[in-house]
Design a protein around this ligand. Sequence first.
Ligand code: UD1
Length: 423
Amino acid sequence: MDRFIIHGGKKLHGTVHISGSKNAALPILVATLLTDEPCVLHRVPNLRDVRTTLKILEYLGKKVEYKDNTATITADGTLKNTLPYELVKQMRASFWVAGPLLARFKTAEIPLPGGCAIGVRPVDIHLKGFEKLGAECETKAGNVILRARELTPAKIVLRFPSVGATQNLLMCACLIPGETVLENVAKEPEVDDVIAFLNKMGADIRQGEKGQLIVHGKTALHGAEHTVVADRIETGSYVLAACATRGDVTVSGCVPEHNSILWEDLQEAGFTLDIQKDAIHVLPYEGAIKPVRVRTAPYPGFATDLQAPWMTLMTLCDGTAEVDEDIFENRFMHAPELVRMGADIVTEKSVARVTGVKELSAAHVQASDLRGGMALVIAGLCAPGETEVERVYHIDRGYENLEQKLTALGADIRRYNPDKNEF
Ligand code: UD1
């Protein structure tokens, strides 16, 4: 298993270019199941979760070509309507094939995704929505079996604006003739990107005056070409790494308005940001980092995926900052590892109280999830000396060319495989 060896204490400087969004690319790849016609997707990041999704599409019967961040998905005979647990357990988002498969075949059998490091993560909102659309949902031997004699348009009010459920139900509703209305939906930019792609495929999805999504279902969708939106979580992560190392970094090829809350919080903490149309420049800052309280919330609130990297920044603040995690129930796994690096963090239920220290110290730490892993990498970049971050495979799920991008910014980070004793 790969590790990162980081020699920290260097300020990042230079320009880093942002990749396509993982969380948009995954559902967009899944949406290609809604047609047999070819779909061409650009700016698809080369990440472990993307490769898992491509394997899923191949398993289901699609032909996949993936080169230089462009994925071309074509149909190769008939599609299967079931997935093995082996593929679902690697990535929870695999469950999202349920919507398109149900819409196309009126039946699908998908293993129920289990919990994961950050929480229980049930799929009840997805299933309730499918039931409203006329499907019967049964759980048997760990699988969810979805069946419908006929799917019918419906009005669905989500009990929580789940990103995955919004996307899954949208994909299903696109192939149900008539008007489906989804209320209390997720408003994340990744959802907008999925909607843009579905509409290019011939779907008719509009936003109503109260933010509801109105879908006029069609009998068939066609192939389409699309470029995936920039990754706002990668953007935020590099900006936080720049701030934490007191660097001078331009993050280019991004959509700054997708991180508005983060920019406000960073400015409140003392940093100066030059926010441009498709780039953001973190200016050098040597003053005290003021403690700023953040509370994670559905978009446009503070992104739960940036909570861990934010916490690393606050370990260096002048005072005590609170971090409230209100989306996932177990998303502080990075906190004890940061404490091993000298941070002062006390967690109680969904609140972490982070009291700033003068300096983090290098240590041997372990990533337990994707974004928590990035928090440890940023801590390693700040801490003078050698930090070793184990279980890099978590981080590989979501950051394309991480060590190359950080090296180009002047960081000293290397990937090491202890089994092969190879850098
Ligand atoms: C997506 C993102 C993930 C991000 C999260 C929240 C992808 C691949 N992943 O995950 O990076 O952290 O949005 O922004 O896009 N919930 C239920 N029942 C359901 C569905 C969700 O209780 O049926 C709960 C979850 O357990 C969680 C909360 O709702 O506590 C948010 O989950 P959701 O928005 O669905 O996140 P994902 O789509 O899984």
